[in-house]
Design a protein around this ligand. Structure first.
Ligand code: HPA
Ligand code: ZN
Length: 335
């Protein structure tokens, strides 16, 4: 139940970087515990730096803060803190991104990263179902992505897919064909960030060259009519993060966000939070932005929630059960 007494709309969170849930207070708590020196005077000083101008200005702080994550328990606590929030947000299923290269490069073993995250997933299995998506850092060499995939092979039973994130412009999806080929051979589902800051052509490349099953962000696809027609025809899921797009300057303001245009074009969009500790809110805040900032109707908001489940890597029975929950929620609400 929420404070209003109305249970929250059931939804799946498909675009969430678990490291992006690292709240400023936790940065300081972990820094103290792990003896990591921070270049900030305190929590408020750190928060004051969350005034981003573009994707890179965010990534600089995001990677710097991760230095406090050192042990298996740190990763378990990070993910547990997130998963604890899920019920109050109506989040019934999560497919969370993680960035192993940002940790293994600091000497943290892959076993501790995946082990800590899965400890949390298992501990919260009664409240929310959760899977992991291993992201490759596209601003690093392809060989580093290949090495990362090899290091993850012992844990593949706990990983549902692979993704591609970090600095987009100048790092097109086509660079990563060999490692995505290998990931697909291993049975991992491919997704990629594309068309966030980068051009619509990167969305095409993600589809054509990497064979992605979902496009993360994809907002710049609207600049290419033919691509929009293709995405509509194929029902390609696009995981859209309105607060992130505004905070990183990918759109000039909420009122100009293309989500209404994407819905009007009958694209398979859903709404998510990206890096909620940095962008002003978790998935409910993104739904609120869609409803209030973009004027979406109740029906459109329910469509977003249904899409979140149909776009998830769920077994058909589980997917249908979740969609049923969305429909009963919608049916039980006063018009
Ligand atoms: N874009 C690209 N890479 C990222 C993001 C994002 O929004 N968040 C964390 N890594
Ligand atoms: Zn993202």
């Amino acid at each position: 139940m929420t404070t209003t007494g109305i249970p929250p709309l059931p939804k799946a969170e498909l675009h969430l970087h678990i490291e992006g849930t690292l709240e400023p207070e936790t940065v300081f708590a972990l820094a103290g515990r792990n003896d990591v020196a921070l270049p900030y005077a305190g929590v408020e000083d750190l928060r004051a730096r969350y005034d981003f101008t573009d994707l890179q200005s965010f990534l600089d702080v995001y990677y710097a803060n991760m230095a406090v994550l050192r042990t298996r328990d740190d990763f378990a606590e990070l993910a547990s803190a997130y998963l604890r929030r899920c019920p109050e947000q109506g989040v019934r299923h999560v497919e969370m991104f993680f960035d192993p290269q940002a940790h293994t490069a600091r000497g943290v073993p892959m076993a501790d990263v995946v082990g800590g995250l899965t400890d949390a997933v298992d501990a919260h299995a009664g409240e929310v179902s959760a899977g992991l998506i291993l992201c490759f850092l596209r601003d690093q060499p392809v060989a580093a992505a290949e090495e990362t995939l090899r290091a993850a092979e012992p844990y593949l039973d706990r990983i549902v897919g692979v993704g591609l994130d970090s600095a987009e412009v100048g790092n097109p999806p086509s660079r990563f064909v060999p490692v995505f080929d290998r990931a697909r051979e291993l049975g991992l589902r491919p997704v990629a960030h594309a068309g966030e800051e980068g051009p619509a052509s990167y969305v095409r490349e993600a589809l054509d060259d990497l064979g992605v099953l979902r496009v993360d962000h994809g907002i710049r696809a609207v600049e290419d009519e033919e691509l929009v027609a293709r995405l509509r025809r194929d029902r390609t899921p696009l995981t859209v993060c309105p607060l992130s797009n505004v905070r990183l300057g990918c759109v000039p303001g909420m009122a100009l966000h293309p989500l209404p245009e994407m819905l009007a074009a009958d694209l398979n969009v859903s709404v998510h939070s990206d890096d909620p500790a940095y962008f002003g809110g978790y998935v409910d805040a993104n739904y609120a932005a869609a409803r209030e900032g973009l004027g979406l109707t109740d029906e459109q908001v329910v469509t977003l929630a249904e899409n979140s489940f149909t776009s998830a890597f769920l077994e058909p029975a589980a997917r249908d059960a979740f969609v049923g929950e969305v429909r009963s929620w919608a049916g039980g609400r006063p018009a």
